[in-house]
Write a protein of this length. Structure first.
Ligand code: CTP
Length: 410
């Protein structure tokens, strides 16, 4: 229920993507929002107000002359009650009219009349690729951003007209994520965050390898929470079957050495590094070129191991961390004695904050419990969904960043 107590005005303008707005409306309501649908005359050509009324469970407004409001001022009343106005789909024509402050139908009037300081305006453009790429549309998009609207961008792919390119409306699920993100405090605005997540895979031969049970869910939740908080986020992910959080740049890797290279390449630009990955400590000294076969002797092959680079320890001891330009946060997946292990690991890794969790109790789960260990004490986050914990952790990191270079000493 990410949108509990939120009241959203969902505006529809003319475009074939109106059919997706029915699903979007349903998703918003499932997350606890109340939704007031307002449609332009062009939108009514693509989907009926009846459909949107049935989904939102509220009468739909289409005209500024609607007399159902006691004072006949739908354009004022509807905007005053809202927490945000989301226009999806937002046509090229509507963007142009908004950019010029047009006020000749209910939806444009409502956007202009809303108290902009407390009612956000989010736009989900949808149009043919040429229309989207046209300088006039791009100029309008830039102007609307300057005026305080959030232009959510477009999807790419096959279009209703048969052409392929940029301009599709984002999928309802992506729009839902954007709206949820909109309401999160921007504690990491201007920061660049690097996250490692998931397991690594160390090849024994071309068909076998050594890995672990990390699902990557905690790291992906942290990447999402950091992006929601306004950061630019790079997520270096081991082999996991998770979709990339919206707005996050993902770098896929397989082995610990690949993860190390990717993390080092992005660390210079980062101000916060959160190492959630369950990196294999060891890898086979030799990865066989071909599949190792049974030779019938009954004797198992002997594997030799060499140590992998420790990404967190390397970055925690780097000049970036020492100069205070990079805050490093470690995780510890333990199976017992969490407090003592986490405290010892924090000092061993040389990080100001180490987050302990019980690996077998959390791997693959959607919730977790965390123990935050710092030089000045410990803090417990009770069992909760990983996204909720990630948001709380991001807040702690934002406070540490704001307080300057934090200490490692016990
Ligand atoms: N880590 C890392 N690179 C490694 C090993 C670990 O970056 N080669 C990071 C993990 O991402 C995590 C922290 O170090 O943030 C602790 O990882 P963990 O596997 O719990 O600790 P280890 O150093 O492997 O210690 P041990 O195996 O003794 O528990």
């Amino acid at each position: 229920m990410e949108l509990r107590d939120k009241h959203i005005v969902l505006g529809l303008t003319g475009g074939i993507a109106c059919y997706k707005s029915a699903e979007l409306c349903r998703l918003l309501i499932k997350q606890g929002a109340s939704v007031q649908v307002v449609m332009s005359a062009a939108a009514e050509r693509f989907i009926t107000p009846l459909t949107m009324q049935a989904l939102s469970n509220r009468p739909v407004y289409t005209s500024q002359w609607d007399e159902r409001q006691p004072n006949s001022m739908a354009h004022i009343n509807l905007g005053r009650d809202a927490d945000a106005v989301l226009i999806a789909p937002c046509s090229a024509d509507f963007m142009s009219r908004l950019a010029h402050g047009a006020a000749d139908d209910l939806l444009s009037l409502l956007c202009l009349a809303r108290p902009a300081h407390r009612v956000g305006l989010l736009l989900a453009p949808a149009m043919n690729r040429e229309m989207w790429a046209h300088p006039a549309t791009q100029r309008n998009a830039a102007q609307l951003q300057r005026d305080g609207a959030q232009v959510l961008g477009v999807g790419s792919g096959e279009q209703a007209c048969g052409e392929t390119g940029d301009g599709r409306m984002l999928e309802p699920q992506d729009l839902l994520c954007e709206l949820i993100a909109f309401f999160q405090p921007k504690r990491l605005a201007g920061q660049r965050v690097l996250v490692t997540a998931g397991p690594t895979y160390e090849a024994i031969d071309p068909v076998r390898g050594i890995t672990n049970l990390s699902s990557g869910k905690m790291g992906f939740a942290i990447a999402r929470a950091a992006r929601e908080a306004g950061a630019e986020v790079t997520l270096v992910a081991g082999p996991v079957a998770l979709s990339t959080p919206r707005g996050v740049t993902r770098v896929d890797v397989r082995s610990a050495r690949e993860m190390h290279v990717a993390a080092m390449a992005h660390a210079a630009q980062a101000s916060l590094f959160i190492a959630t990955a369950a990196v294999a400590d060891w890898r086979p000294a030799h990865s066989a070129e071909h599949k190792i076969k049974k030779n019938g002797s009954g004797i198992a092959p002997q594997l030799q191991f060499v140590e992998n680079p420790d990404i967190l320890a390397t970055l925690a001891h780097s000049d970036w961390a020492k100069s205070g330009s990079l805050l490093c946060v470690g995780f510890a997946a333990e199976s017992e004695d969490l407090l003592a292990n986490a405290q010892a690991k924090r000092l061993r890794k040389g990080v100001p904050l180490l987050v302990g969790n019980i690996g077998p109790a959390t791997f693959g789960q959607d919730d977790n419990a965390l123990l935050l260990v710092r030089a000045d004490g410990v803090q417990e986050f009770a069992r909760a969904p990983k996204l909720e914990l990630a948001r709380r952790l991001v807040e702690v990191c934002a406070t540490m960043l704001g307080a300057g270079a934090p200490g490692v000493a016990a």
